[in-house]
Every structure is written in structure tokens, then in C-alpha cells.
Write a protein that binds this ligand. Sequence first.
Ligand code: FIX
Ligand code: ZN
Length: 413
Amino acid sequence: MVNEDLASLVARVVSETPAFDMHTHLYAPEMGSLLLCGADAALNFHYLVSESFRVHHMPYRKFWALSKAQRAEVVWNALFRDTSPVSEAASGVIEMARAMGCDTDRLTLTALRETLSDVPTAEYISRIMNLANVTHIVMTNDPFDDQETAFWQAMDTMDKRFLASLRIDRLMNQYSTVAPVLAGKGYDVDPSLSGRSIAELRRFLEDCADAVHPVYVAFSAADDLTYPEETGPRGRILREVVLPFCRERGIPLSLMIGARRRVNPALHDAGDSVVQADVRPVESLCADYPDNRFLVSMLARENQHALVVAARKFHNLMPFGCWWFVNTDTLVEEITRMRLELLGPTFVAQHSDARVLEHLIYKWQRARRVLTRVLVDKYQSLQDSGWPVTEEVVRRDVERLFSGNFKQFVGWA
Ligand code: FIX
Ligand code: ZN
């Protein structure tokens, strides 16, 4: 039987401790329409879109030909009118509606539209961040997205709560398609990485970093990440460009492994899937590059244990968050328990992956509920063994899990 005092102490400290959201798809408000918010954006979230097809079975083309507002209605009807919203993403809508003051007893799409704002004013952003108790939001900044890079020169003057991360998926995974783009921008590179290509790719990364000051550099991979990687350009770009760049600038490299892209392209962003990957390339990178730091999240449930064990072996490896398909109540609990049991509170407990501003609310409320459950259990055992579990102790641990470990790892002051 859990001691009630301990349970409420932990719940209070977890809810009071601010989180540093180290991976999102949100953007500073100065970046205009890139920052999504409001009911229609929330209902167009790709998690909900893919779930809605299981109910309405609409032809894909017909769905995508609809306006954003019409698609929101289709999703609403499928997941909230014709079905009970019990899934993680659907129940998240209810949770955020309630936190924003909607009457969830008789929630309608109209009420949701009236309550959530489509315009991310400074006050609205502050309100959402306060509800989520999030102090900082790390964006995902793609140097090959022209809509985004148009804002990069002004990045220094933007809302300081939003920080950049340099997302180089296209450079790493589609080099042959970006080489001509880079050449067009004045970098002397070619698809076979000959001549000055390596030095010029380094210059490209330096220019990007000077513009956005990323807290880390990141790329995602499926199960094809090998190390050393001898075929294709990625291995060379990693060894000769990205790792030295990160090392010399003191920036960690974030690897997001296990996303199998466009398994069903007709679903657009909702069409990506999961694949079990090999943890050995991560171990080898950590071993061969002790002066580099690696943030790693893996998408497959089956990879979580090996990743945690790898983090016991390599202190330059920081497991982070419970990503996408493992960001469900059951799996977050399993993963968080496993990490605490094998690593103590030395990992990054969660990131939101929010695509719509209001997502911060339910994603963080849930992260807090699960962490509370797990910590109460762990502290109860300690207390039963006579170890003093004070508020100070709980606060220190939760602060590390929600922000301190990340800040220390990226050297963020
Ligand atoms: O690669 C990523 O950063 C993923 O999080 C996204 O691609 C994905 O679409 C997503 O939003 C998952 O939560
Ligand atoms: Zn993401």
C-alpha cells in the first residue's frame, strides 16, 4: 500500500517542476504560419489523421482535396462523434480541451474552435506554456526548407523561449538530391563528394550554426544506420563533416532511430512507420568518438532495453524521450521504469514532439502523470528501506529528468 503523503509530495513536485521541451515541431511566433495552433490544426495532427482513416475509410485523394477545416470535421466526426476517443492522441484532445476551459461533458468541434486560438499571440503562447509548465521549446530547423530558412537571418531577435536544433535528415539521407541545391547556393560540392565537397559541407554547417545557434544537430534513420558505413555518402559525411563539426563546436548529435518513412505515402506525414534497428552502431559511435556527445531516441519498443544498457557503457550517450509510437501511457511507463532501474535519474525523461502549440498541454500532463506513478513506486521502496526521501531529494531528481540532464549535456547556460 503506497504511503499517501509520499504520493502527493511526488505529484506536487512533478507538476511544479518546469520542463525544457527538447524536441518539438513548433516554431517561434516570428516564423509566422510555421507555428501551428488552434482546433483545426489540432485535428489535422497526423496521429489523428491516420486513426481517422480506420473509421471513415475515405479515399485518400478525396480527403486531401478537402480544406483544412473540412478535414478537421471529418476527423472530428470519425474519432469523436462516431467513436470513443480512447486512443492516446484522441484522448489528448479531450485533455487539452478541458485544460483550456471547454466543457468536456458536451464537447463540440464548434466549442473547441471557439476556445483554442488560431493566432499564436504572445499571451496565448505564454498561457499554453504555463499550463504545460514548459520553459523552453526546441524547434526542428531544416536547412533545406526554404519557407523556414527565409526567417533564419532574424533568428537572433526571436522569442528567446524557442531554441533551434539543426535537422540534417536531407543532408544525411538524401545527399544526391541536396548536392545540386547546395551547389546552387554557392557551395562547391558534388554528388560524389569529390574535390572540395567535404570542406564545403563543413562550411555549410558552420553557416547554418552561425545563423540559428542550434542546441544540437539531429538526423533520423530507419534500420539502415550502420557503422562504419562504407556504402553511400552518409558514412563519409558523418565521419568527416558532422562529427568533427559537432565536436569542435561542442554540440551534441541527436540520433532518432527506427522511423521507416512513407510506408503509406498516401497518408502524407501520417504514413511513416516503425522498424527495429541495431543498437551496435550507436555503441560504436560512442566508443570511437568519446569526445562527441550523442542524444539518442529509438522508436521501436524492442530497442529500448539495449539502448539503456548502451547508456550504462557510454557516458557520452544520453537516451531521451519516448518518441511517437512509444509515447503511450503503457510504453512510457515501461521505458521510464527501465531507465530508472538501469540508469537512475540520468536520462532525459520526455520531449513532447508537439506539432501544434496546444499539444504541449496534454503531452506534458501525461508525461508528468506517468513519471509520478513510477517515482512514487521507486521512492516508496527506498523509504521502506529506511532511506530518507525528502522534498529536496524529489525536486533534485525531477529537475534533472525534466531539464537538468539535457541542459548539462548540451552545455546550455
Ligand atoms: O522525425 C521526427 O522528428 C518525428 O517526430 C516526426 O517525423 C513525426 O512525424 C512526428 O511528429 C512524431 O511525433
Ligand atoms: Zn519529431
